[in-house]
Design a protein around this ligand. Sequence first.
Ligand SMILES: *Cc1c(COP(=O)(O)O)cnc(C)c1O
Length: 439
Amino acid sequence: MQFRSTRSHDTLVSFKEAVLHCLPPDGGLYVPASVMDMRRFFLYMDSDTNYPELVSTIAPLLLQGELNPYSAARVTESAFDFEPELQQLDERFSILTLYNGPTGIFKDFGIAFLAAVLEELIKNNGRAMVLSASRGDTGPSMAAAFKNRQGITSVILYPSGPIRGLDPDTFVPNGGNIIPIQIRGTFDDCQRLVCETINDRPFAERYGVTSANAINIGRLLPQALYYLYAFIKIKKILNGDLIFSVPSGNFGNLIAGLYAWKFGMPVNGFIAAMNANNAFGDYIQGKTFLPHSLINTTSPALDVTMPSNYERLASFYEEAPAIMRNIVYPASVGDAVTRRVMEQVWKKYNVLLNPHNAVAFAAAEQLLPSLDPSGHVVVLATGHPAKESRIIKETTGQEVEIPRRLSMLHNKTDPIALIDPQLDAVEGAIAGGFASCSV
Ligand SMILES: *Cc1c(COP(=O)(O)O)cnc(C)c1O
């Protein structure tokens, strides 16, 4: 499969180039250039197929010529010591649990695959510096995925404030390959600096700079695989439509679902489940999109006003607006309903939902009657209940047991450097081997 910029159909690049360069020179984002029908490969997988089998079968087909089956098996094994889990609740609803990774957030899936595949792609003849911005949970996810990867240094830019959930033993001065850097600025500064550094082509080429943020297609694409996994687990019981309900903030997860559909997954719709920050629903319905001001809710990962994947979603709509209007359905769920659904789902199914997951569940309940009454909705559970134990206690009365790997995410660490929010400061730190800027 080849990749192109959202802004041009002319230049095609390989997966390796898209992953290593991260951003196309024209300011767009990389997207798959062609549709690949994979139906004949996964339609006949049965529900006994496990996740590593699925990944190591489909990934080398998608990345033909770049990832052979042996490499794919190695990547799968080194990326995933965790798996998605599909739990059917009744005829109408299933939950796809995606929070079994090291940090209890579905983002572990894309980051883990990216880290493992990057190591495989540069094996023998390269090195990479992965420069990423983090404000909370993604830093530990990146540190877990990239630690000890051959030829790779992972530099994580943090805004002002505490840095949590990293293990100092993995830091470069202690013989590891992780470098947390604090920027005197905001998360937006960190994201901007990542893009500016990558867009300084000569510099980025010289040091092999790329990113593990969602701008990297190598993180987004593998997320399509858990949709296929849900499909092979659920297909036997389907009588009507299959719908996925996706808690959506920057819309990476939803776009990964659309890729699965492009690969041939028989699916009838995706619910873009938003909280009160729902302005993007206008765009999905074909109206003009005007970002609103930010509203703080009980599902903070969905508190996004301008989705960073906007251009990727827009490229689907430019191609086929009428089809898109009939496959992506926006829904908006307020905090009061979110809380009520957390309580109801506990009482009815004995399942604890993190508020992000509850937004998707509530959106599914809201829309299912108007879609196909005999349809089945797979609700994506993106966050571990233990990450929101206080609100779960309030809504269900239940104490959530906190796994040890998640309680460690509260441990504070110091950055190994503190720098100003300017491109030359970041480039100076990289060029100087991070020596001259200790805190
Ligand atoms: C990041 C995140 C989301 C939103 O995913 P997008 O791909 O940005 O739409 C949903 N739930 C949780 C728990 C998250 O951390």
